[in-house]
Design a binder for this molecule. Structure first.
Ligand code: PLP
Length: 399
């Protein structure tokens, strides 16, 4: 059994993916070509939102989202400590202040009551928005948070990097896809190889708001626009045909943007991967089901999610006794489970703002026990059976 080498997450590249990338490389455009719009339109259709903007990675998607929503120095934004640091960092890029809230011990998602308490104490009204993370692929109940956000005039960014294909069920019993823009102002996705859809590096922002969509398109490419309806120097230009004063090459840089573009060969890979996204989710759910069956009721399990409707299973997390021992035992068997995440507020960078151990008891307790088991569509039944047996054997040794 020593030939196994099982990571916690992995991309799935097919011959069709390779052909798609090669075709893009042979085309006229390596970047700023037709694959980008096609990827955006297909992704928007998959998610069920109006607009999508492809960018160079998920972190760029978060940065542009903060810029588009106008985060300014000292604006306060609430997020969860149990996330990848980028969910919080995007606020710091704009010199805003990050406020963390504790998690719900059962869902591992940001806790509604904690968020509500923080907002109610903010009498100076410095809080401007919420970055809500569909952690591990489980959808945040955005309907509930949207009500709260409306009451206080806050915006919502949904960090859906873990949850393309996930959904929650709203109060009317309707499925609400992660990132569909019905509740959050903007949602962000990542196409890093461990995520559901791989582009190498890549990201997407989705929204139903046309103004935000147009701002994002500009910010992605240096703040430049060639859309004459948006020109501000020369309002008359909109109606003018080409003249020497308003020539064909005219464009405006209207804000301080970046180069956060995705390339066409990455978008071609994304389009090809997207066509198999539903298959991937189905496989992830069946892997989760098998884990649920294997571990339900085991004495070493401290907490476990069970069957969760709409979960996109980017990660399959269990909480266990002796996590340190299990992690190392798995490594000795070439099973590379991971820990998601060391709480953000305990990172040296965030500690400088005064955050410390004890601030978020549920998040910190979760972190002491959590371990993410291998979860990716090409994980075979044999591999999964092997690693379940390894885990069981670790704990039976100890009894
Ligand atoms: C992966 C990830 C990001 C960042 O995406 P990149 O493409 O790696 O920049 C942001 N938030 C969460 C929750 C993620 O998992």
């Amino acid at each position: 059994m020593e030939h196994y080498n099982i990571p916690y997450g992995k991309q799935n590249i097919t011959e069709a993916d390779i052909r798609a990338v090669v075709n893009a490389l042979k085309s006229d455009y390596l970047t700023q070509g037709p694959q980008i719009l096609e990827f955006e339109q297909k992704f928007a259709e998959y998610i069920g939102c109006k607009y999508a903007v492809a960018v160079s990675n998920g972190t760029a998607a978060l940065h542009l989202s903060s810029l588009a929503l106008n985060v300014r120095p000292d604006d306060k934004v609430i997020t969860t400590p149990i996330t990848f640091a980028a969910s919080a960092n995007c606020v710091r890029y704009c010199e805003g202040e990050v406020l963390f809230a504790d998690i719900d011990a059962n869902t591992y998602l940001i806790d509604y009551e904690s968020v509500k308490n923080i907002i109610e104490k903010d009498t100076a009204r410095e809080i401007v928005g919420l970055v809500l993370v569909d952690f591990a692929g489980r959808a945040v109940d955005l309907e509930k948070f949207k009500e709260l956000a409306n009451q206080y005039g806050l915006w919502i960014i949904e960090d859906a990097c873990h949850s393309p294909g996930g959904y929650f069920v709203d109060n009317n019993g309707e499925k609400q896809n992660c990132g569909n823009g019905n509740f959050a102002d903007l949602a962000v996705f990542s196409f890093h190889p461990v995520k559901h859809i791989a582009c190498g590096e890549g990201g997407m922002i989705t929204t139903n708001d046309k103004k935000l969509y147009e701002r994002l398109l500009q910010l992605r490419t240096h703040g430049i626009t060639r859309n004459k309806d948006l020109f501000s120097n020369n309002p008359a230009f909109a109606s003018a045909v080409q003249t020497e004063e308003y020539p064909g090459w005219y464009m405006e840089m209207q804000s301080l943007g970046y180069n956060y573009r995705l390339t066409d060969f990455q978008a071609a890979l994304g389009i090809s991967q997207l066509s198999r996204a539903d298959e991937g989710i189905t496989k992830r759910r069946s892997i989760a089901e098998k884990y649920n069956q294997a571990f339900t009721g085991k004495p070493f399990i401290k907490g476990q999610s069970g069957v969760i409707k709409g979960h996109a299973y980017h990660l399959y997390i269990i909480e266990v006794e002796d996590r340190f021992g299990l992690y190392n035992f798995l490594r000795s068997k070439n099973i590379f489970a991971q820990i998601h995440y060391i709480p953000c507020h305990l990172m040296p960078y965030y500690k400088q703002f005064g955050w410390k151990e004890g601030d978020f008891p549920y998040a910190e307790n979760y972190y002491k026990h959590c371990i993410s088991l291998p979860m990716y569509p090409t994980l075979t039944d044999e591999e999964q059976q092997y690693l379940i047996e390894v885990i069981n054997s670790y704990y039976s040794q100890k009894i």
